[in-house]
Design a binder for this molecule. Structure first.
Ligand code: SF4
Length: 313
């Protein structure tokens, strides 16, 4: 029905691969510190969207080794991804960035994944990663938050960038042959189904490699929480998320692996999260509907290959 990331990893590396999250104490976000904007994206809480990490006061190596030991014991894991998760991990001085990513080169790491914003990508930082890829034969993945291709919604949620910066960042990352993973929030209340489709199409034609889909959750003490409590928008029902995720997948290139079909946030931090349901229940509902209606990833992907010329074939 859709290309699951876990299967992609198994095929590529021959076994299950586990992510080891890393937090950096120096990272912030240009959309929170006033460089690009103040206050951040309206939905962003204090953690910079990363709940499961060890303390950023531990060094990169300590965090990796601690997590690695734990996961190795629990799952007999042998291969890992070093995952720089919280905030914008390329938004730090270049020497520090160089040190941290090189510190992440430890035994059994097959990929270094770096989460950041589209307006925090430059050649100088990518060159450092290219050296690591060449010297150590480690894959590089850059995770970019886009959330939606609708630039008007991007403005509403105060992302501090539009679609253009995303396109430029993906083109540059592609020129280095790194992987790109794009984060999307499928049920932003200001987006229509047409916006969902256009988002899938843009991600596909830019040849990104992975997507992470999230439902919008409302974290306490955020701008979004205030708007929610003031009834400035309404959360649509779970059926809307299910339909949007299936439509999104139908328009998505079949080559893109899905890292997540729905996210999760701990209840104690949120006013609204996944309609009070577990993420796996919603995943099951999506898969069941896809199965019953014979819908699958890439079913409507025919727009990408000079569709108008087909009549001359
Ligand atoms: S870009 Fe990420 S870290 Fe920055 S404000 Fe938005 S969600 Fe938070």
């Amino acid at each position: 029905m859709y290309k699951e990331y876990s299967k992609y990893l198994k095929e590529k590396y021959g076994e299950k691969v586990y992510k080891l999250p890393i937090s950096l104490k120096e990272t912030n976000c240009p959309n929170r510190d006033g460089n690009v904007g103040f206050g951040g994206c309206t939905y962003c809480g204090d953690e910079g969207v990363g709940f499961e990490n060890l303390s950023a006061n531990l060094s990169v190596k300590e965090q990796l080794l601690k997590n690695k030991e734990h996961i190795t014991k629990k799952y007999k894991a042998k291969k890992f991804i070093a995952y720089f998760q919280s905030y914008s991990n390329t938004y730090i001085p270049i020497d520090l960035f160089k040190k941290y990513v090189n510190d992440a080169v430890i035994d059994d790491i097959v990929d270094i994944s770096i989460s950041t914003r589209p307006d925090c990508i430059s050649k100088e930082y990518l060159d450092i990663l290219k050296d690591i890829k060449t010297k150590h034969n480690i894959d590089i993945t850059i995770e970019l938050g886009l959330q939606t291709a609708n630039y008007k919604t991007l403005n509403k949620i105060n992302r501090g960038h539009t679609l253009a910066e995303y396109i430029q960042a993906v083109n540059l990352i592609n020129s280095y042959n790194f992987n790109v993973c794009t984060h999307i929030i499928l049920n932003l209340p200001w987006d229509t189904i047409e916006d969902t489709i256009e988002t899938a199409k843009i991600i596909s034609v830019l040849n990104t490699d992975f997507v992470k889909l999230h439902a919008l959750y409302i974290e306490k003490n955020t701008i979004l929480a205030k708007q929610y409590l003031n009834n400035e928008f309404t959360m649509l029902p779970v059926e809307d998320y299910i339909e949007k995720s299936i439509t999104f997948l139908e328009y998505l290139s079949p080559n893109i692996a899905i890292q997540r079909i729905i996210g999760r946030a701990p209840e104690e931090y949120t006013l609204f999260s996944n309609w009070g349901m577990s993420w796996w229940k919603i995943k099951e509902m999506i898969e069941e509907k896809m199965h019953n209606e014979n819908r699958f990833q890439g079913r409507l992907f025919n727009y990408s290959s000079h569709k108008a010329l087909k009549k001359f074939d």
